[in-house]
Design a protein around this ligand. Structure first.
Ligand code: BDR
Ligand code: CA
Length: 323
């Protein structure tokens, strides 16, 4: 059965790999790619999304969205992904232009045209929060919201408490989580450990000798170095591709559970922290439901605790090998 996705991205190097995964999955139709400021400023993220779409020989429309978080200044991550977000490999500018419709309208339209839409977010949640603000009924049409974000084990990559995407725009993250959509949280910790692509695995991927295989490794060159500087881990961590793998193949989740989830917006120390009420001590329903009359529909956030790493890598490799 065909599935329709909308992907919201702050397109840098691991986002680009995740985009390739979706664009190269035959039973997935990507209705739109919407872009948000995050890893790199918005214009660069738009260029990177257009470039990746062209690399895939695709014509999925790319829509520019929010240039900054809801209430804070943008803190980007060139230190991790390179000045251009794609590892400073000197890729040429894309030929295509972004669509004239802005990202928020594109998100709302896609949700109306494709009830049951799967939304996959790979960046700060600013665009999704703005869509909810413009039309709260948007939430009712979403079949799955797969969020790459958060650090439910409190192993943050931005601060000790928080992961980048939720740290950059915590107010947006809190609004989106609170909206009670069927949300699947895929935290940063899941791309660590065995999920990291070793240098041997990166060489194997390059040996596939397809354009997308070379690109996927090359554009992550600065990310590999930054990952080593940051954590001492050798190899390539791929947070956005892990989230995309969960979106494409829900069965790769080995362990997940539903909870009341809160995002810290007040404290500077724990800004953007993913607070998971594992024991139900808040006495809250899992999340405030916003389904109106649709009592048949349960609102929840599922936290992903463990994935099948080998299935994740097999899926990624099979896509990059096929070219
Ligand atoms: C997230 O931040 C970015 O570095 C990645 O693209 C990913 O979306 C990981 O914290
Ligand atoms: Ca990203």
């Amino acid at each position: 059965m065909d599935r329709t996705f909308l992907i919201d991205t702050d397109t840098a190097s691991d986002d680009a790999v995740a985009l390739i995964m979706a664009l190269r999955t035959s039973d997935v139709r990507v209705a739109a790619i919407t872009v948000v400021a995050g890893n790199v400023p918005l214009p660069q993220a738009v260029r990177n999304a257009l470039f990746t779409v062209e690399l895939c020989g695709d014509d999925t429309p790319v829509h520019a969205g929010a240039a900054r978080p809801l209430r804070r200044s943008l803190q980007s991550a060139e230190f991790f992904h390179g000045e251009d977000g794609l590892g400073d490999q000197g890729y040429p500018p894309p030929r295509a232009q972004p669509a004239s419709e802005d990202a928020i309208e594109a998100i709302l339209r896609a949700s109306r045209e494709h009830p049951g839409l799967t939304v996959v977010t790979l960046g700060p949640l600013t665009n999704i929060a703005l869509a909810l603000d413009r039309d709260p009924s948007f939430a009712e049409n979403i079949g799955r919201l797969v969020i790459m974000g958060g650090a439910p084990l409190t192993v943050g990559n931005m601060t000790p408490a928080a992961e980048f995407n939720l740290w950059v725009d915590p107010e947006a993250a809190a609004a989106v989580i609170d909206a009670g959509m069927p949300t699947e949280l895929v935290g940063w910790e899941l791309c660590r450990g065995e999920a990291i692509l070793s240098h041997d695995e990166m060489s194997r991927v390059k040996a596939f000798d397809t354009e997308i295989a070379h690109f996927s490794i090359d554009c992550n060159e600065t990310a590999v170095e930054a990952n080593f500087r940051q954590s001492g881990a050798r190899g390539l961590g791929l947070p956005d591709p892990v989230a995309m793998a969960v979106a494409l193949r829900p069965d790769i989740v080995r362990r997940g559970s539903r909870h009341h989830v809160m995002i810290e917006t007040g404290s500077e120390l724990t800004r953007g922290m993913t607070v998971v009420d594992q024991l139900g001590v808040c006495g809250e329903p899992q999340n405030r439901a916003t389904w109106g009359d649709r009592a048949d529909r349960e609102a929840w956030t599922r936290v992903t605790w463990e994935i099948d790493v080998s299935s994740f890598k097999q899926l990624l490799f099979s896509i990059l090998r096929a070219g």
